[in-house]
Design a protein around this ligand. Structure first.
Ligand SMILES: [Zn+2]
Length: 158
């Protein structure tokens, strides 16, 4: 059943936390894990499997916002990076889904210095990408509310 499959998948999440003290890392990692499982439980199973196989999740003290960094040049995983403030953000789960939507759509980050198109076209493309990611995250976040009975989401939350 969905709940059991998801519980097993969530164990395989690649979660990394770069914080100050060893104890803090453990606590942050636990909280990050809980928020990730709430958000990712909204995804269709085949997408969740792709995310787990292809993405590493990072919480980094110096990051100021969510970031999707596709890793197209090596066989390494794509990076999805969040600031520590994600944990206090009431829309934190939505932010996670927005960055996952960038992965799901295969969006490249727009590197203005590497592209020949006029700047206004690049900005249009970027705006379209952000709107698409928001729309997908919004659709998934409705599933998140339906799934909130999952036992994985209750245990360990503090
Ligand atoms: Zn975005």
């Amino acid at each position: 059943m969905k709940e059991q499959i998801y519980n097993e998948l969530f164990q395989q999440l690649d979660i990394n936390v770069a914080a100050i003290s060893g104890l803090l890392v453990v606590i942050l990692k636990e909280k990050f894990y809980n928020l990730l499982t709430i958000a990712l439980s909204a995804l269709p199973q085949n997408l969740l499997e792709r995310v787990i196989d292809n993405c590493s999740f990072y919480m980094i003290a110096t990051s100021t916002k969510g970031l999707y960094l596709p890793n197209t040049e090596t066989a390494e995983k794509d990076l999805i990076i969040f600031p520590e403030t994600l944990l206090e953000d009431k829309d934190g789960a939505f932010t996670i889904l927005h960055e996952v939507a960038h992965f799901a759509c295969g969006f490249e980050r727009i590197r203005i210095d590497e592209r020949d198109e006029p700047l206004d076209e690049l900005l249009d493309e970027q705006r379209n990408n952000e709107e698409t990611a928001d729309a997908l995250a919004f659709r998934w976040s409705k599933e998140m509310k339906k799934n909130s009975e999952f036992s994985v989401l209750k245990g360990g939350a503090s």
